[in-house]
Design a protein around this ligand. Structure first.
Ligand SMILES: *Cc1c(COP(=O)(O)O)cnc(C)c1O
Length: 501
């Protein structure tokens, strides 16, 4: 039996024949060509190659014309959802506009074509760039030194925890536990476990933050560090960071800050001033590098004075005469975390972004990111349930509590947003909110785009009441409907095979 909704979408929304994507192989027609080779103008020789290397038959390749190829790939490219087409409010991922100036600079031949094995004196410009980005991040973090080696946020976390481990081991006891609040990003416990620690989870309070007395109960001489995400995954700022640092430092433990989403407070507050011992930030988020699809990224880590000896090697140093060199002479270093100098091209983009924004521009990023998230919060509050009423920073977390009485859930709302032309927000994360919808608009969205998104969310809330079936069966306008995402990830079909018939 087909439902009313299915009939409606088949006829009105997606007429037959509208989706002509197919596979390039399926467009193949015998004899079609997209090229013309010039006539042979040298003597034909068949004795130059051994017969065993020669084909007997022309391979069964796809035969298409230029127009077939162009239309095929242009249609495929339109299936990509990207920040270049509209708001992409994936919470905690900071999908913001990537200024094209970054790309231009990263393609400068001196940067793009240099080889990682060139001698220091041949790549002084590259080393100077690395040195400048460290100086800039030192200023932003309020930390004495920063390593640029880690190539992702999670890689920065691992680097940081390995430094803590080495520092503690040197003083005689590497300790056993890392404390992590339940509002932390999911990579935190994974990185701590990967570095060999056991993770103890701390429950956050009704305001979505960590209670000091709970921390105090858990910190002892077996605890290596507390890892806090700032702002946490509810978009809420921990207000008692300095006191947390004091509690930890009294017992010889460290305070690690996941600052992946530094766009919430860059230029406004400095982690080093709060007593934080280590912070990583995701340059591919806050400092703008295209990162949909998984990379490449950069997750530099800033450290306080007592962790400087443990930084990865080599470090980039400047001599008195102004020249630069790579320095391996750090006997307590945790060693290399990455071949060569990290993801150099991401670092070029990030420095371009920092320099083109300037200090005032960077502060403005944080102000507008917070303003935009709170604008969405104000427009949707009441219609969508706000599980934590504490003021939020760069993102806002709603739940589907007001929609579940109509038997419509977060997943349905997310799918329906696609029909309205928006990428869905992060859903069912953070785990401490049932049916979470985690929305991060970022600072690069104009008010009209925020309004269009809010209008869509409000229209969907009305549909949940009046036509819940329409939302439950969404999306209706996409080439494929709901997929078995777990199976697609575990058993991906990546190679075309001709049909046997
Ligand atoms: C994105 C993110 C991470 C992980 O960063 P990757 O570069 O994907 O490894 C860690 N913590 C927070 C808060 C994040 O938003």
């Amino acid at each position: 039996m087909t439902t009313v909704v299915e009939q409606e979408s088949a006829t009105a929304a997606v007429p037959q024949g509208a989706n002509r994507e197919g596979l390039i192989f399926e467009h193949s027609k015998k004899g079609r060509r997209g090229y013309r080779l010039p006539a042979l103008d040298v003597p034909e020789r068949s004795d130059l190659l051994s017969p065993s290397l020669m084909r007997d038959e022309i391979a069964n390749e796809v035969e298409v014309s230029e127009v077939d190829v162009i239309r095929h790939f242009t249609r495929l490219s339109k299936l990509n959802v990207s920040i270049d087409a509209g708001l992409y409010p994936l919470g905690s991922c900071t999908m913001k506009h990537n200024p094209r100036l970054n790309e231009e600079l990263a393609r400068t031949p001196g940067f793009a074509l240099s080889h990682p094995l060139q001698a220091d004196h041949q790549v002084q410009g590259n080393l100077e760039l690395l040195w400048h980005i460290e100086q800039t991040l030192k200023e932003i973090f309020g930390m004495p030194r920063v390593t640029l080696q880690p190539v992702a946020g999670a890689h920065g976390e691992l680097t940081g925890i390995l430094m803590i481990h080495k520092a503690l081991a040197k003083s005689g006891n590497a300790r056993k536990f890392i404390l992590i609040p339940d509002s932390a990003h999911g990579t935190n416990p994974a990185s701590a476990a990967f570095a060999g620690y056991e993770v103890k989870e701390l429950k956050s309070n009704s305001r979505g933050t960590l209670d000091l007395h709970l921390l105090e109960q858990h910190v002892d001489e077996d605890v290596a560090a507390l890892m806090i995400t700032v702002p946490n995954t509810l978009g809420v700022f921990e207000t008692e960071i300095r006191k947390m640092a004091e509690i930890l430092h009294r017992k010889g433990a460290y305070l690690y800050c996941d600052g992946a989403n530094l766009n919430a407070f860059v230029g406004i507050a400095r982690p080093g001033d709060m007593g934080i011992d280590l912070i990583h930030s995701n340059l591919h988020k806050t400092f703008s590098t295209p990162h949909g699809g998984g990379g490449p990224g950069a997750g530099p880590v800033g450290v306080s004075e007592r962790l400087v000896p443990f930084l990865p090697t080599p470090t980039v140093e400047r001599r008195d005469d102004g020249s630069f060199y790579l320095d391996d002479d750090h006997p307590d270093s945790i060693g290399r975390m990455r071949a060569f100098n990290g993801n150099f091209n991401v670092l070029v983009r990030a420095l371009t972004y920092m320099r083109s924004m300037g200090p005032d521009g960077l502060r403005r990023i944080a102000q507008i990111a917070v303003l935009n998230a709170n604008y969405i919060r104000a427009r949707l509050k009441g219609t969508y349930h706000l599980p934590y009423d504490a003021p939020s920073l760069h993102e806002v977390v709603f739940s589907d509590k007001n929609q579940t009485p109509h038997e419509v859930h977060t997943l349905d709302i997310a799918k329906r947003l696609m029909d309205y032309g928006f990428h869905p927000p992060t859903i069912y994360f953070p785990l401490i909110v049932a049916g979470a919808l985690m929305i991060e608009p970022t600072e690069s969205e104009p008010k009209e785009e925020l309004d269009a998104f809010c209008d869509a969310m409000l229209a969907i809330a009305r549909e949940c009441e009046e036509r819940p079936e329409l939302v439950r069966s969404a999306p209706h306008t996409t080439p494929v409907r709901r997929l078995d995402e777990a199976r697609a990830a575990r058993q991906p079909v990546l190679r075309w095979q001709p049909r046997s018939d």
